[in-house]
Design a protein around this ligand. Structure first.
Ligand SMILES: [Zn+2]
Ligand SMILES: [Zn+2]
Length: 389
């Protein structure tokens, strides 16, 4: 029976075993199911029973290529590392001194728990922690980014700092709960980093999960118009359902910059959030914004791209990258979702049991059956498995 000293449990409410099933990363692309000890929460930490975990494009990057994961200062392969970061669950045990959450409470988790002592953490920008990945041996600064620098969510139980928890209402499904952080990232891009206020115009390039959530959050924040560009009509259609005022299929539109301007009364938009990672996207984005406009880069490009710097300088354009979901933006995203200001479940397409993680990854990677957000669940009843397939 799991009963570490100083840790509060309530086995009647949420039983906790000593061992758990956990996927670990071997060579690139190789995942195998093993057994791990259930981890023990320290001060200001809780143990979360993982009820659902979504697969993110960044998980695929990590599993097949390594970065941005960094385990013990290097690539994540063959280090008994468990990836997965977009999870939600139930508080299963409380570390010493924790009274902010109760055993049995449902929570979503932010990914990043910064060191708490560097300049950026002190500013609330813990996703840009200067001690990123320094969490081992005698360089342990306390930084945690589960699924990136420490064990993540493709397992049954994980430890999280109380700073990373977002309480969920019972009305929100597990699947929707996994999307709170995705929406929080969109919120951080638009408001905390971008400074968006109601009535400004936004174009989102690339209808992946972050792009679609950015459309939803921008519209909920009162942006007008919100324009979405992409190559797949089915995803653009979901963008419309999430609040896009106009969508542009760039395969059918030779001059996407001109089209964006036309849709905004002949002027560039105030913000572009680039979520496509296409090599032409940055130059398109800096031409889609009006003078003094802002471009947020939210996609990992695979190669270096050349950028028209003179255009950016002449037009006073702000260009900024975003990492994750800092300044507790996730809490505000959850509040919007609780008020049903947008329906994040529109981007959830498939659910598989935890044991079928490789299948789930194949659906996400190859977009089988038009998959967008694919979720895996450790405890999944037979009926919902059939429905998902
Ligand atoms: Zn992610
Ligand atoms: Zn820090």
């Amino acid at each position: 029976m799991y009963a570490p000293p100083g840790v509060k449990t309530n086995h009647n409410e949420v039983p906790v075993p000593d061992k758990q099933r956990a996927w670990v990363l071997g060579d690139p692309g190789q995942l195998s199911m093993t057994e791990k000890q259930v981890p023990v929460p320290k001060k200001a930490e809780v143990l979360v029973r993982i009820d659902a975990v979504a697969i993110c494009a960044t998980d695929l990057e990590i599993i097949y290529h390594g970065p941005p994961a960094s385990i013990q200062g290097g690539l994540p392969f063959n280090k008994n590392f468990t990836p997965g970061h977009e999870y939600m669950g139930t508080v299963a045990a409380l570390g010493p001194g924790v009274d902010e959450y109760k055993i049995g409470q449902r929570v979503a988790v932010e990914i990043h728990a910064g060191c708490g002592q560097c300049k950026r953490c002190r500013e609330g920008m813990y996703t840009s922690c200067h001690n990123y990945g320094l969490n081992y041996g005698d360089v342990d600064k306390g930084h945690r980014a589960n699924g990136f620098t420490t064990d993540g969510g493709f397992c049954e139980y994980q430890v999280n700092s109380v700073n990373t928890l977002v309480a969920l209402q019972d009305e929100m499904s597990d699947e929707e709960g996994t999307l709170v952080v995705t929406a929080g990232t969109a919120m951080y891009a638009l408001t905390e980093l971008g400074g968006l206020v109601a009535g400004e115009s936004v174009c989102v390039t690339g209808p992946g999960p972050i792009g679609l959530m950015t459309v939803a959050v921008a519209k909920a924040l009162g942006a007008q118009p919100v324009i979405l560009t992409g190559t797949r009509d089915n995803r653009l259609e979901i963008g419309k359902q999430l609040g896009a005022d106009a969508v542009i299929n760039i395969r059918k539109t030779p001059d996407v910059v001109a089209e964006v301007k036309k849709l905004n009364g002949g002027k560039g938009v105030d913000y572009v959030v680039e979520c496509s990672a296409a090599s032409s996207a940055v130059n398109d984005a800096v031409r889609m914004v009006n003078r003094g406009g802002r471009v947020c880069l939210a996609a990992f490009a695979h190669e270096e791209v050349s950028v028209d710097v003179a255009h950016i300088v002449r037009n006073n354009i702000y260009l900024y990258g975003i990492r994750g979901e800092g300044k507790s933006a996730t809490h505000r995203a959850e509040a919007y979702m609780r008020q049903k200001r947008f329906d994040a479940t529109k981007i959830h397409t498939h659910t598989f049991p935890l044991d079928d993680l490789p299948t789930a990854i194949r659906y996400a990677k190859d977009r089988v059956d038009d998959a967008i957000k694919v979720v895996v669940k450790a405890k999944m009843d037979a009926a919902s498995k059939v429905a998902a397939e």
